[in-house]
Design a protein around this ligand. Structure first.
Ligand code: ZN
Length: 527
C-alpha cells in the first residue's frame, strides 16, 4: 500500500517535471480560454441567431476561430517571449476571471466606454463591487490555471515547428473567413455585443482604444468665441448633475410611487429628456457642451468663468472634463470647511452653499453640484437611514442574484433622497433675496434595474434600452418665466438655457436649445 502510494507520487513528480511542449501549452490554454470564459459569448450568439443551420454555422465558426486565433497568439507569446509570455498569459487568465464575474453578475459589455468607466472608478467605488463570488471567480478560474502555467517547465521547441503551426493557423482562419462570407451582415450588426464578450481581447483592445481617446482628450480645449455682452441682472444658476437617475422612477414623471413628495409642491417644471450617452464622462461632457462634436471645446463652466461669471464646482463624483473655474471643491474640501457636514452622502454638497452665494460679489453665479446618489450597485448606501422608506432593500452587489423588488426599493430610496436634495437647493435659492435664481437638474444617463436582464448603465447608445436613456430634466426659477414647449430636450439644452437665463450674448448661443422663452441677442428674459 505504502509502496504503491510512493510509486504514484514518483510518477506524478516525474510527469510534473517533464517539460511540456510549447505548442501543446498554447493549445491547452486556448481550449481553457474557450471553455472557461465564453459561455456568455455563446449565449449571445444563440440569442442573436434564429436557430437552425445558420446558428450552427456561426457557433462552430466562433468555436474554431477562437481556438485557432488564441492558439496562434499564445503560441507567438510563448515562443517569442518565453517566461514573459507565460506571465502575460497568466495575467490574461486573472483578467478574464474578473471580467467574467462582471459579465455574469452585471450583464456588462466590455466596450471602450465600459473600460473608461472602469478606469475612472475610484477605489471607494471599486470596493463596493467586492463579493465572495468575485473572489471565487478569481481563485478558481484565474489563479489556478496561472499557477499551473507558471510552474510547469516548457520546452519552447524549434523554429521550424513553430512556423508550421502558425502557418496552419493562418490558413485555418482564412478558410473560416471564406466559409462565413455570407454572414458578413450578421457579424456587422452584432459586432458590438459579440466583440465585447471575447476574452481577453475585448478588454485589451478596448482599453487601448480608451487610452487613445484619452490622449486625444488630453489636448487643450478649443476656446469658444468671446462673449459679446452680458445682461446687467444679478443671477444665480445652480446646475445639479444627477448620477444614474432615470425619469421612470420619478413620481414627477408619472411613477406610481411617491418618490418626489417635496418637489411636487415646489412648483418645478419638468421636460421629457434623453441622454446623449450612457456613461458618466460622456454624459457630463455633453451637459457642459454647446454642441455634439469630436473636437474638444471649452466647457460651460470654464467659458462662463472666463466671461466674468463666478463659477463654483462642488462634487462627490468624478469624470468631468478639465475645468478652469473660480472654486473647485471635492467632498473632503467641503468637510474641511464645514466640520459638521456628513461626508457619507450628497448632502455634503449643500454645506455652506448659502454662504458661498452670499459671499460672492459677482453679478452672475453658476454653481454646479455633481452628485453621485443613484450610482450602483450599492444603492442602499447612498442615502441616510431616514430615507429608507421603501423596504426591504437589496444589499447584495451581485445584482443578477438580487431580488428585483428589493433592488428597485433601494433605487427608489435614492430618488427620494434626490428629491430632498433638490428641494433643499430650492430652499437655499428661496433665501437669496437680491438675485434671480434658477435650478436646473439633469442626469448624466439613466439606469437599468434588471429589465431585459440588464443592470446599471454603459450599453452602447445604439443598443441602450430606454431605461438608460430617459433622464429627468427638472427646472425651478425664483420668478415666473415662460418656457418653450418641446417634445423632448437633451443634454445640449443645458448650455444654451444657462446662457439664455443669464442673458449672455455670444455667437455660440443657439436659441432653439434654450428652454426659456428668451431673446438671446437682446438678453431679454420674459417675465
Ligand atoms: Zn454616471
Amino acid at each position: 500500500m505504502e509502496k504503491s502510494r510512493l510509486g504514484l507520487k514518483r510518477w506524478f513528480v516525474s510527469r510534473w517535471r517533464k517539460p511540456l511542449d510549447g505548442m501543446l501549452v498554447a493549445a491547452i490554454m486556448s481550449i481553457y480560454t474557450l471553455v472557461a470564459f465564453h459561455v456568455p459569448l455563446f449565449s449571445a450568439v444563440v440569442a442573436a441567431t434564429e436557430g437552425g443551420w445558420h446558428m450552427a454555422l456561426i457557433l462552430c465558426s466562433f468555436i474554431i476561430l477562437l481556438l485557432v486565433a488564441n492558439f496562434m497568439i499564445y503560441g507567438i507569446m510563448l515562443y517569442a517571449m518565453r517566461t514573459v509570455g507565460r506571465v502575460l498569459i497568466s495575467l490574461f487568465m486573472l483578467g478574464n476571471a474578473i471580467a467574467l464575474y462582471f459579465i455574469n453578475s452585471y450583464e456588462v459589455l466590455l466596450t471602450r466606454e465600459m473600460m473608461g468607466n472602469i478606469f475612472n472608478t475610484q477605489y471607494s467605488e471599486a470596493s463596493s463591487y467586492f463579493s465572495i463570488g468575485a473572489v471565487l471567480y478569481t481563485l478558481l478560474l484565474g489563479v489556478m490555471p496561472s499557477v499551473w502555467l507558471l510552474c510547469r517547465k516548457v520546452n519552447y521547441g524549434k523554429m521550424r515547428r513553430f512556423a508550421v503551426s502558425m502557418l496552419c493557423s493562418i490558413l485555418g482562419i482564412i478558410t473560416l473567413a471564406l466559409v462565413n462570407m455570407g454572414s458578413v451582415l450578421w457579424i456587422d450588426r452584432n459586432a458590438p455585443v459579440i466583440g465585447s464578450l471575447i476574452l481577453p481581447w475585448s478588454y485589451v483592445v478596448n482599453s487601448v482604444r480608451y487610452a487613445n481617446q484619452q490622449c486625444a482628450a488630453g489636448r487643450e480645449a478649443v476656446l469658444l468665441p468671446a462673449v459679446d455682452s452680458i445682461s446687467a441682472s444679478r443671477d444665480v444658476v445652480v446646475l445639479v448633475i444627477g448620477e444614474s437617475a432615470r425619469s421612470a422612477n420619478f413620481s414627477l414623471y408619472g411613477y406610481e410611487r411617491i418618490t418626489n413628495p417635496l418637489l411636487e409642491s415646489d412648483g418645478v417644471t419638468i421636460f421629457e429628456a434623453s441622454a446623449s450617452a450612457t456613461y458618466t464622462t460622456a454624459g457630463v461632457e455633453a451637459i457642459l457642451s454647446h454642441a455634439p462634436s469630436d473636437e474638444l471645446y471649452e466647457s460651460l463652466p470654464s467659458y462662463l468663468s472666463r466671461a466674468g461669471v463666478y463659477v463654483s464646482w462642488r462634487t462627490t463624483n468624478w469624470g468631468e472634463p478639465s475645468l478652469k473655474v473660480d472654486s473647485y471643491l471635492k467632498a473632503q474640501d467641503i468637510k474641511d470647511r464645514y466640520a459638521d457636514a456628513d461626508m457619507s452622502y450628497d448632502g455634503i454638497l449643500l454645506a455652506g452653499l448659502d454662504e458661498e452665494i452670499a459671499a460672492s460679489e459677482a453679478d452672475k453665479l453658476l454653481i454646479v453640484l455633481h452628485t453621485s446618489t443613484s450610482h450602483g450597485p450599492t444603492y442602499y448606501k447612498k442615502y441616510p437611514s431616514e430615507f429608507e422608506v421603501f423596504s426591504p432593500v437589496c444589499t447584495t452587489v451581485e445584482m443578477s442574484k438580487a431580488d428585483h423588488e428589493s433592488l428597485v426599493n433601494a433605487y427608489d430610496n435614492t430618488i427620494l433622497y434626490t428629491d430632498y436634495l433638490l428641494h433643499s437647493v430650492i430652499e437655499v435659492l428661496r433665501g437669496v433675496e437680491d438675485r434671480r435664481c434658477a435650478m436646473i437638474y439633469v442626469s448624466d444617463h439613466g439606469e437599468s434595474l434588471g429589465e431585459g436582464g440588464l443592470y446599471m448603465h454603459g450599453m452602447p447608445l445604439a443598443l441602450a434600452p430606454s431605461e438608460q436613456i430617459d433622464i429627468p430634466f427638472i427646472v425651478w426659477t425664483s420668478e415666473d418665466v415662460s418656457y418653450k414647449s418641446f417634445d423632448a430636450v437633451g443634454h445640449y439644452h443645458v448650455f444654451h438655457s444657462v446662457l439664455g437665463f443669464m442673458g449672455v450674448s455670444t455667437p455660440i448661443y443657439n436659441s432653439s436649445n434654450n428652454i426659456f422663452m428668451t431673446v438671446g441677442t437682446e438678453n431679454d428674459v420674459v417675465k
